[in-house]
Design a protein around this ligand. Structure first.
Ligand SMILES: [Zn+2]
Length: 153
């Protein structure tokens, strides 16, 4: 299992692929490499809006989403991130964070249904604020009327 790779921009993918090299053909919008687990199987990742997204920052390349070689005996699953290979068991921090955010959301949703406290706390605030405004307006109107009467007397 390798953890770092190199990339090579090519027009045509060579017949013999070097291990640890991600060949990128912009011409054919395709990236090809030998499975990074070392099994030597050829992995073709088409680059398209519905397949893989290739990012190039001038120094290194990334491929999204992850590559799962489920059809190979090795069943290798990894991400290519800035010329680094993140194995499924060793997820990139971004993924872990996304997972944690999901957990937080799931927890929030769970507590919202379990204890209606948080949502109920917010509800009275809105009507009480608007009802506080209403008497204020009525008071204003009442005092205007009182003043009008006063003025009349
Ligand atoms: Zn493999």
């Amino acid at each position: 299992m390798r953890t770092s790779i190199t990339h090579r921009f090519v027009e045509f993918v060579p017949d013999v692929l070097e291990e640890g090299v991600l060949y990128v053909s912009l011409e054919y919008a395709t990236a090809v490499h030998r499975c990074f687990c070392g099994c030597g199987k050829e992995v073709v990742t088409p680059i398209s809006p519905t397949d893989w997204l290739l990012s190039y920052d001038g120094e290194s390349v990334s491929l999204d989403p992850s590559i799962g070689n489920w059809s190979f005996p090795c069943r290798a699953h990894y991400w290519i991130r800035k010329n680094k290979v993140h194995w499924y068991g060793d997820m990139p921090q971004g993924l872990i964070d996304a997972g944690r955010r999901r957990d937080k959301k799931a927890k929030a949703a769970y507590y919202a249904t379990q204890a209606t406290m948080p949502s109920k706390k917010f509800d009275p605030k809105v009507p009480s604020k608007s009802s506080a405004d209403l008497p204020g307006d009525r008071k204003g109107l009442a005092s205007t009327i009182r003043e009008w009467f006063k003025g009349g007397k």
